[in-house]
Design a protein around this ligand. Sequence first.
Ligand SMILES: [Zn+2]
Length: 221
Amino acid sequence: MEIRKIELNGQVFEYQLNIKQIKRCYLKVVAGKIIVNSGPYFSINEIEQLIKDNQDAVLKQIDNYLIKYDYSNGGFVYIFNQRYQIISYDLNNRKTVFHDDKIYVYHRQIQTTIEITLKTILKQYIEKRIQEYLKQAFILPMPAVEIKKYKSRWGACYPKINKVSFNLALVHLNYELIDYVIVHELCHFLQPNHSKQFYQEIKKRLPNYKQCEKKLKEIGI
Ligand SMILES: [Zn+2]
């Protein structure tokens, strides 16, 4: 892995270059970062030309990527894609209060305290949506819902114990993307693997699911 620099539209950006034993050269933007996976036979010129040829799409994806939180007094956190300003007081009380677009935190451990609230908010939303999906689109018993801080997945499904688990980071995103992850995990009760049939089950319920998948990949975790 190598970090290099490239100028796009008059601005300098870093990109990560991974040389791999592959035949082609792939470009992607993950979490606002440019990543190129290239076979060993491409020159730097060819690699950078690929980035330049896709400059508009790359810049758009970088712009779309937003930092979701800054857990400090005066910082912010996105909840369901809405920005809330953080105002904290050191009162040794793990409590948060919402007022308009502000979230008041009464403990010096700002992140831990806010995350307790976010867990509750996300769990309530997901449980409500699952109940709605079970009425309309699935014949399944209500599963247990768990919220966890995963490093590299948005959700998980455990059919044997009738449980679905979701990444706390989903709470920062818009409802459409969260709903996609919910439907994705519910479809795993019908099809355990990411087979063609699995994606057919998703498509029946969310015809535009590919856009959501793409967006989640771009956001990264
Ligand atoms: Zn899956």
